[in-house]
Design a protein around this ligand. Structure first.
Ligand code: HEC
Length: 400
């Protein structure tokens, strides 16, 4: 089945109002019987509550002080284990934008407070407003696809056909993707790609259910080559001055990874592609895996990196090996967890000289080592990595 994209110029007013209503009601849960605000409570509000409010991706509301106190031990444990706040990359790679890694001081204050069963008042979370950028492509995704009670990740891909009226003012570029899920947290991630050959549309049309039962990857385009969102970061945004091109006559494909949470839930939601500021440079995708390194043809800047890897993978390293053989660690993930995966942005963009080779190394975990490595398992043990780069000398795009 094919979903028709509408092109809208509508403002984000409705979303803003909804966001305000949600955070105002969450706020009322926080009681003030003990007015003292511990430092740890402040850290909790800043670093935990953005994802642990009433309608948040974690499906775990910690704004209610009673619920929070009941879970204080678990909360302290997941912080000690390095699982929360979620952030997979270590500090050994290139600097990344919006790292959630806690400073040693904040971590200590948070743990002290959680260990004292989270007493006192908790300041309400600071909610980041939705982007006010113009939006020209907006569509529903995964309408009609539901996941059931069984835990475990499932995947479907959807071909999103463009407006058949072919608006002559159709947008040609975007630099951000926003996903607002009907039921936040069910969808773990969405990876986008453009299918210029029409395979996805045919697969989608021949599958009676919504979407089709396969990875989105079509021909040479890799899922994620056109950006993606995750439940941890529902707004994917290239840095200012960079944009992606929307190919004419191509079908947009959304590969959706979702997980059942003990009840039947919809995976659907609203996606918006947001218009860049001009002038900007175009970015394009380089796909690499342990068996497929890539050599940079001309000097470029890497802006984003995203990974698709199964649960057999333990660690992932991406290196840039320059023409002189010098190795630089671009990204290091000591303990891969597909449940906490998201696209990462290099901040600042990472300069790569011509002739640099991008290399991936990965290991499999102890469970995977015990099972025989057939062809399927071997494929599942290979992380697929998409790096978005802009050529250093690329022409600037000055207008829509
Ligand atoms: C970017 C979003 C995000 C932030 C920030 C975040 N969490 Fe979570 N949290 C999640 C998600 C998503 C899950 C569900 C994990 C899963 O499905 O594996 C979760 C799960 C949890 C759980 C349940 C774990 C379990 O095993 O039952 C606890 C407790 C928790 N988080 C505490 C925290 C604390 C404490 C912080 C702040 C230090 C925090 N979280 C920050 C997204 C977040």
């Amino acid at each position: 089945m094919i979903f028709w994209a509408e092109r809208l110029g509508r403002s984000c007013f409705v979303f803003c109002v909804l966001t305000l209503v949600v955070c105002a009601s969450a706020d009322q849960h926080i009681h003030a019987e003990n007015p003292q605000i511990w430092n740890g409570a402040q850290v909790f509000s800043k670093s935990c509550l953005p994802c642990h409010g009433a309608n948040s991706p974690a499906a775990l509301d910690l704004t209610d002080p009673i619920a929070l106190r009941r879970r204080a031990t678990t909360a302290a444990q997941v912080v000690r284990d390095g699982l929360m706040p979620p952030w997979l990359p270590s500090e050994s790679g290139a600097p990344l934008k919006d790292s959630r890694k806690l400073s040693a001081t904040d971590r200590a204050a948070l743990l002290e407070w959680l260990d004292q069963s989270a007493q006192g008042k908790v300041p309400s979370a600071v909610v980041t407003p939705r982007p006010s950028q113009e939006c020209e492509i907006a569509f529903r995704v995964a309408d009609g696809w539901q996941v059931g009670g069984d835990p475990g990740m499932t995947l479907r891909s959807f071909a999103i056909k463009q407006d058949p009226t072919m608006n002559p003012d159709a947008p040609k570029f975007f630099n951000a993707i926003e996903f607002v899920a009907d039921a936040p947290g069910v969808v773990h991630s969405i990876s986008f790609l453009w299918d210029e050959l029409g395979f996805a549309a045919r697969l989608d049309a021949s599958d009676p259910a919504p979407g089709y039962d396969a990875v989105g990857d079509i021909g040479l385009q890799v899922s994620g080559s056109s950006g993606g969102v995750s439940r941890l970061s529902t707004l994917w945004q290239l840095p200012k001055g960079y944009a992606m091109k929307i190919p004419i006559d191509a079908v947009l494909v959304a590969e959706i990874h979702a997980e059942g949470r003990g009840k039947v839930e919809s995976t659907a939601g609203n996606v918006r592609f947001l218009t860049p500021e001009f002038p900007c440079k175009l970015v394009h995708a380089i796909a690499i895996s342990p068996s497929r390194p890539a050599t940079i043809a001309s000097a470029c800047e890497a802006v984003s990196i995203s990974i698709r890897a199964g649960s057999r993978v333990q660690s992932i390293d991406v290196f840039a090996k320059d023409a002189k053989g010098q190795l630089q660690c671009v990204l290091n993930i000591p303990k891969w967890n597909e449940r906490l995966s998201e696209p990462w942005m290099f901040d600042p963009p990472l300069a790569l000289e011509a002739g640099t080779e991008l290399i991936v190394q990965s290991t499999v975990n102890a469970d995977a080592q015990k099972t025989p490595l057939d062809a399927h398992a071997a494929a599942m043990s290979q992380p697929m990595i998409v790096v978005l780069v802009a050529d250093k000398d690329a022409d600037l795009i000055r207008e829509k």
